[in-house]
Design a protein around this ligand. Sequence first.
Ligand code: GCV
Length: 834
Amino acid sequence: MRYFILAMFVLAVPGRLAAETGSAAWLRYAPVEAAVRGRYSALPAHVVTVGDSIVLKTARAELVRGVQGMLGRTLRAEAELPQQSAFVLGTFANLAPILPGVGFPAHLREDGFVLKAWRLHGFPSLLIAAPSERGVLYGVFALLSKIARQQNIAALDEVQEPAAPLRWVNQWDNLNGSIERGYAGRSIIFENGRVREDLERAGDYARLLASVGINGCAINNVNADPRILADDFLPQLVRVADAFRPWGVVLAISVDLSSPKVIGGLETFDPLDARVGEWWRRKAEEIYRQIPDFGGFVVKADSEGRLGPSAYGRTHADAANVIARALAPHGGVMFYRAFVYNHHLDWRDAKNDRAKAAYDNFHPLDGQFENNAVIQIKNGPIDFQVREPVSPLFAGLRRTNEAIELQITQEYTGQQRHLCFLPSMWEEALDFDLHADGESTPVRDLASGRAFHRPLGGFVGVANAGMDANWLGHPLAMANLYGFGRLAWNPDLQAGTIAEEWTRLTFGNDPVVVRTVATILVESWRIYESYTGPLGAGTLTDILGSHYGPGIESSERNGWGQWHRADHEGIGMDRTVATGTGFVAQYPAPVARLYESLQTCPDELLLFFHHVPYTYRLHTGKTVIQHIYDSHYEGAEQAEELVRQWTGLKGQIDDERYEAVLARLEYQAGHAIVWRDAVSNWFYRMSGIADAQGRVGHYPDRMEAEAMRLQGYVPFDVVPAENASGGKAIECAGLQPCAADFRFDRPAGQYELDVQYFDQNNGASTFRVYVDNRLVDEWVANGSLPATKPGGDSSTRRRIPGLKLRPGDEIRLEGIPEGAEHAPLDYIEFRQGK
Ligand code: GCV
């Protein structure tokens, strides 16, 4: 009872915002504030849906739900057009005969919609009409979004249509329930080799996707398990399609090209063998019999160990077409990925270049693909790095459908532990003018099919949402999923507009909240870039492992081809025609000229296209090496600044989401320092050129753990050395608990103490900090970082604020190991006056 009273009290505290997990994402339908509610008082109280398809029913239910949530009014559903004002929902075909005067647009793309204020039988009404039922649903979501963002909808007369017909997400979910490059828990679709019994969350996901106009979802990893096409799997797929259907999201799957052999009982998967064609034809027929609105297949072939047409000396067009032909009679689409490259490239050959692979493989096949085949091209020629130029292949296919593949899941951009708002990057890629045929052809027009009048085209986002309540792990990462959908619908949108829209929907319309969150979002990509991947060198991460923490040398001397070629003299991949790999020649002439010349190549891509000495001066006047140092220091400071900006919102956002974001931003600020130190020390060691500002290698506020008095703890070398301060750390591998102590020898005062330790995922050590035997902090290192050993992935900061210290105080760190984690410690750092 006491708890109940306490709970009542907490709920009743005036102004306190109710806790939210983030599961509602941008579809919260939070009550509109009283001050603006009047704006919507004239909205109809009735809703009539003309037609009764499942999607129309969903549209009506969503409208009722949204209006109820935001305006506290229950719309009455009517069977016929009422003699009073109403929301009227329906397709043009159904509405035109009964609303003859309206005049719907004659040529609206499928999925477009009309929102129109109209006098119905003399009563002010609101029409939500579209060429397709899905368009009606999108119209409902658009209207509700306007109300949530407090827009005036009194005299609505708006027509919207998507830029491209295909707006899909891919999930890289494995049948066992794990997700490749997923950072938010287990799969919402699969569990233990089967489709989950409970698909409620899959349905909720489809609702989120539909709300931003996404109309297809390929549910399994492109490294596809052939079992997905086994006969006994189909009934399970039927259930997923059923969960998606009310939201107009078509189900698609990734398939393995060798399926006819591996699960089909044939001795071959040669795409030109008639038996193989027949196998795909029958398979497609069987699927469509049970899932008539099935979307199609995604294929990754001859890439990263996947089998492909090269096994039989066939082309990618042969492979794509045999499947496309099987899908065509049913209206299915065949997405064939251009991410084809040799990951055993000889790194000693300076002419080898992974960036050339997609164009080399697909450009010669232009015009040979079926009309329902779509080449799915990653935005950059390498692999979702923090900064890349756009793939030249976008301009290299004129008689072939294409789609741009963007990565929502932050594989190389902080894995949803760091904030990185990707629409800022995508906006630049989509706006980039490739000048195909000398005309203006921004990537958005090439990908959507507009530039070369292709029948199909579009946008694919690798989302990898998971079972975490907030879908993507970092509460602010959902802005990336939202932003992907918005850009797929309208690639002319600016990142700032998207950030603002998302913030209003996610956190409400308070101007300070909107300004702060939108600013944080918009700045975050450049901040992340500045401490992880300078001047187009690629994300300097552990290429061979997690793709998360720093791993500067991991890209070199192996066949993966993500080389930055840094040595003692200089850095960068020479991709010029004159002296390099010749990659630049894959771009249309005006773009090739821009990149070929050192004079015109933009600084931010310099090292992608050129190998230069560390002393080379950028357009900014700085040398490359000084830029590397400065950007890493500035980036780490800006990451700290994000924390400061966020804390200004305390009390203006519900505590649950406020704390969840704060924890991630604080972690990011600490890890940005790990990145900063690793990269700048590595380049200092490599170049031998000191930082003009004297920061690199000098840490006057630091006390190395190995320099303390150790009891039980033993120093060891961290590999690679730059991933720990001084290259060393201490661990407690023997008798426990262990301790490390020292006497404080700085001026008396108030200090903030940062303890840098390693948080592995194979143990949960306990750490305690004492000042003169007084316990001042204690924590358990039980995070879920992608690391089983001390290093750049696991290095983590614990901040202890407000410590009063005097010279002579004994500071003691105690570590109690657990599992394979030996309570490893790197250093502590003091900051005065905090
Ligand atoms: C699904 C990168 C990722 C892989 C991914 C691959 C792809 O290499 O690291 O996990 O595989 O891209 O896009 O196919």
